[in-house]
Design a protein around this ligand. Structure first.
Ligand code: FB9
Length: 538
């Protein structure tokens, strides 16, 4: 049985990867692989229990790839063969190893090139194996150097003959008997980059449930003519593989934030809320602050918290009659309020900014509502981006999505707010709520909302809320006995908790690993939170 080293390139023509192979149908492919496939089937027939594709290739003196091709096309034909991928480690000669196995080791060549009368070292070094071979031959004590020789250092043989062990060992390995070499020899050859341990993916091929030595195409379709001709009776059919995974449709992937946003939308719609238009990231200070009765010297209104615009720097259109009422309310009060007693400036209100909350959209919506007489109760919600010039940390970016709910009706109280908050958070799967008095310039009373989080075993702030101040609502023209309750939270926080993401930069922004988006399952808000992704999953 002639051992054949795969990379000497003298493989038989058959089984080579001919042109246009991939257009052949599986059977023709197998037929094209016929010789190899048939050979393999016959060898399998003769084998007890199975055969290794690499060994078969060696036996048949052909490329391993040719046998792999035949295995694959036979596999495509159905259960003719079982083929289990194995990775076997084996020793292979490197290109230099090949050359030495053929031509002998560098040190042997050096030895052979030194005549009895010796050879000038300078000349020896010019030989192809000179440099490498000289030091090895020296360390093998095959040669010596006479530094004092007349015309410069001269090299002489020390021994009459030598055994080119390196070549012998490489030839042994080349013959597939590397295991006969001792670990020390092997690692020495590996260190000299003459031998390398390669992992060869081979197939352990065994008979399939429909094994036969003849390649017969297993039908995969039951066609009308088979039925009408009855030929289905003697045709082999490929068994259905009900365990086969479907091919994942190559579809777009919703970012987790958008998946959670749609669930919040669903909750609001189920509660009878209508979405407010929020298609303007740029807002005037008037609607973002003044209309909410937030005084012009309020700290949130300076560069440190808010992104003001250089161009367009000012809002041109403002409903001036309403603006006058807001001005008076801020500066002198009214509607039973003493106001803030400061000089309210229109220029300050005209300053454009990136909205810091979607409550500006609520102000616009409530103002539009106030213009419609008679007043009709409404329930509004918004979910959109807001921008804050805040210190960036693991949970804060300069922008996030605010979720806001607003209910306007006659005689609404803090009790109604607590009630609607309970209904809202219950739909989020959050039942244990606590309310903590808080302060917002535009709501009085105000409450922060906390929920006990099973997974995190602590009370988590899940939002803020309050009853809009009359100083905000009455200048709009809303009736006296109409009160408006509202609450807000972020979209990012619940999404991070649901998807077990601790750093907001893993969820939003240019550092997001898209695979996370692709792999992110649909997290039902009201379902138990997912365990944080373990390292390898992330
Ligand atoms: O979202 C927040 N927390 C939260 C919400 C849901 C949640 O769900 C889990 C699945 C179970 C988990 C956490 N917060 C609001 C609370 C904190 O994260 C807070 O530190 C950060 N807040 C943001 C503002 O940061 C400066 C979250 C954001 C926020 C805060 C207040 C409002 C909106 C968003 C508001 C309001 C408001 C008040 C009165 C009237 C109208 C609107």
């Amino acid at each position: 049985m002639a051992m054949h080293t795969p990379d000497s390139g003298s493989g038989s023509g058959s089984g080579g990867s001919g042109p246009g192979r991939d257009t052949l149908s599986t059977v023709e492919a197998a037929m094209a692989d016929g010789p190899v496939a048939e050979l393999l089937l016959r060898r399998l027939e003769a084998s007890d229990g199975g055969l290794d594709s690499a060994e078969l290739a060696a036996e048949l003196g052909m490329e391993h790839q040719a046998v792999v091709g035949a295995v694959k096309s036979l596999q495509a034909l159905g259960e003719i063969i079982e083929a289990e991928l194995r990775s076997t480690k084996r020793w292979e000669l490197t290109a230099e190893g090949e050359e030495i196995a053929r031509e002998g080791s560098h040190e042997a060549r050096v030895f052979r090139s030194i005549p009895l009368e010796g050879l000038a070292q300078s000349e020896l070094m010019r030989l192809p194996s000179g440099k490498v071979g000289f030091s090895k031959a020296m360390s093998n004590k095959w040669i010596r150097v006479d530094k004092s020789a007349a015309d410069g250092p001269r090299v002489f043989r020390v021994v009459d003959s030598m055994e080119d062990e390196v070549q012998r060992r490489l030839q042994l390995a080349q013959g597939g008997q590397a295991e006969k070499l001792g670990e020390k020899e092997r690692s020495e050859l590996r260190k000299r980059k003459l031998l390398a341990e390669v992992t060869l993916k081979t197939y352990w091929v065994s008979k399939g449930s429909a094994f036969s030595t003849s390649i017969s195409k297993q039908e995969t379709e039951l066609s009308p003519e088979m039925i009408s001709s009855g030929s289905w009776r003697d045709r082999p059919f490929k068994p259905y593989n009900f365990l086969a995974h479907g091919v994942l449709p190559d579809s777009g992937h919703l970012h987790p934030l958008l998946k959670v946003r749609s669930q919040f939308r669903q909750i609001f719609l189920e509660m009878g809320f209508t979405e407010m238009p929020t298609d303007n990231f740029i807002e005037s200070s008037f609607w973002n602050f003044d209309a909410l009765f937030q005084p012009q010297q309020h700290p949130a209104r300076d560069q440190h918290d808010t992104f003001f615009l250089r161009d367009p720097a000012e809002a041109l259109q403002l409903p001036m009659d309403y603006v006058q009422r807001v001005k008076r309310t801020h500066s002198q009060g009214g509607y039973g309020s003493q106001g803030y007693k400061y000089t309210w400036k229109l220029d300050e209100a005209r300053k454009n900014l990136l909205r810091t909350h979607t409550t500006s959209a609520s102000a616009r919506a409530l103002y539009r509502l106030a213009q419609k007489k008679p007043f009709t109760p409404v329930k509004y919600f918004s979910i959109d981006r807001v921008f804050r010039n805040e210190t960036l940390d693991a949970t804060h970016l300069a922008e996030f999505h605010q979720i806001e709910g607003v209910v306007a009706d006659h005689g609404l109280t803090l009790g109604h707010l607590m009630g609607v908050l309970r209904e809202f958070f219950t739909k989020l799967g959050i039942t244990q709520l606590r309310f903590k008095p808080a302060y917002n310039p535009y709501t009085e009373p105000s409450m922060e909302v906390f929920s006990y989080h099973q997974g995190l075993k602590k009370w988590v702030e899940v939002g803020n809320s309050g009853v809009f101040r009359p100083e905000m609502l009455l200048p709009m023209g809303l009736p006296e006995n109409v009160s408006v309750i509202a609450w807000g939270l972020s979209l990012e926080r619940p999404t991070m908790i649901k998807y077990g993401i601790n750093n907001i930069r893993d969820l939003v922004g240019h550092k997001v690993n898209l695979q996370m988006v692709y792999d992110s399952p649909l997290c039902r808000l009201d379902a138990e939170p997912r365990p944080p992704p373990t390292q390898e999953a992330a």
